[in-house]
Design a protein around this ligand. Sequence first.
Ligand code: AVJ
Length: 333
Amino acid sequence: MPDHDSQLASIGFVDGVPLPPPDSRDVALDASEVLAGLTAPQKRLSPKWFYDQRGSELFDEICKLAEYYPTRTELAVMRKHGAELADLVGPRAAVIEFGAGSNTKVRLLLDHLIEPAAYVPVDVSGEYLAQQAEELASDYPGVHVQPVVADFTQPFELPEHPVTPETNLVFFPGSTIGNFTRAQALELLEVMAAEAKPGGGLLIGVDLRKDPAVISAAYNDSRGVTAEFNLNVLARLNRELGATFDLERFRHEAVYDEDQGRIEMRLVSTCAQTVTIASVDVPLEQDEYIITEYSHKYSIDEFRALARRAGFVPARTWVDDDILFSVHYLKVQ
Ligand code: AVJ
């Protein structure tokens, strides 16, 4: 039974004083999922656990790095082609965002769309979702904002709207699709096609295959922010699960596999050691690593072919002048 203070804290108040708004899209740690990953033959941790308060701040720092091109390039592409996109989508769309990400991107989208009818952010993190939704609702009074707390990798029910939208536009920016393997990405695209419904569409940001040196630099920045972001997940396991990771005994590594078209982020054990997590001893050999994230890269044709298999018809793809990043608009017929 939670005490009075923690009950209040969970609804955003301590001693009657409102807590500062959460600025992390925190996904709670699941001890059994953590342990399953760390006791598997190839040790792994899910990238969804990166984004505690500190991790979210570090990710914002990453987005400002000279070497990390995806965020600013995607925004520039959306800004440049927003009017054309709005014409293609048509009026009174319901925007269904998979994951409540940065408000900046959905604002840019809503600013371009013709009389957008609704905004439905879907995320597992209810608190962050509610805060983002509230901000948007007050700035876009004409848009019916209705957050849905759900795991978007599984089919979910769309809410009823007071105004029937003309069309559904699923929105999945940021190349978050890259976190999923190609097989998982296909499944997720199938869920998106089902949510968009015939006549609807998908607007998705996808990082492109390119010179491996450019990709490597984006995940091995000279200031070491990505390394700190990666290592931060261990600090979080220590704090929240009482784990005994010594951050000095792990180093960040990000390797680009050109054949697979993906970055593999790792935490490498610099010596033979044993870490305890929730009373379970986990031995690590020297140079053994934990995979913390995949970031898949696609060619334009490769992504379109994958989307076709999920039931989409590619309508338009926009890229920047340097062909670093792609934004696809795909339709369900
Ligand atoms: C948020 C998954 C798109 O893969 O580039 C950035 C996360 N990890 N630097 C990416 C990330 C390390 C990012 N995504």
